[in-house]
Design a protein around this ligand. Sequence first.
Ligand code: GTP
Ligand code: MG
Length: 194
Amino acid sequence: MQIRSAEFLRGVARSGDLPDDGLPQIAFAGRSNVGKSSLINCLTGRRALARTSNTPGRTQEINFFLINGAFHFVDLPGFGFAKVPLRVREKWGRLIEAYLRRAEELRAVVFLLDARHGPQPNDLELLNWLLAVEVPFIPVLTKADKLPKTKIAQALRSLREKAPILAACEPITFSAKTRLGRQTLLDRIGAYVS
Ligand code: GTP
Ligand code: MG
């Protein structure tokens, strides 16, 4: 798949404002700071379409992007970061939960994990939520540029041990910096939205 156009549609902070236009959706989920917004920018070829930051908790709303005029990318707020106040984390949790419950057009979730660390308890918590929604996963091990190839094999092993469900879904090794895995991921996404 190629991305021909990408535009920011809206940021949603309350479940009542979720769009309801019937278009297919691909969501991007993962811990805060794992690189969801950077990955969306890399896929769309737009440096600053989704706001990225060194400060975890940058994305505080569910951001919807219209891709090729035909489907949505959904940038979920990252969760599980201790520096974000509990009250805010709880609010995001409820918002994400409401989104997942209602997203009838959600075709797949791109599940981002940091290639440098094995799955963390928060990752497994998110996995359990998503399993309840019965949506296909596309696991992505991101920030792969930050570690040598031997360590990537180690990360895949850790995924097989701790999250066999994700490991079984053909994880993609990815880097927003070098664009490693970009076309593979686009093609996997394309299969769900065509
Ligand atoms: P939240 O919105 O807080 O949930 O974060 P996020 O998951 O959207 O992460 P974001 O894309 O903002 O990236 C967090 C930090 O990681 C930024 O400093 C990015 O530049 C960096 N980063 C993201 N992806 C990569 C990557 O593939 N390689 C490297 N080296 N850095 C990356
Ligand atoms: Mg973000």
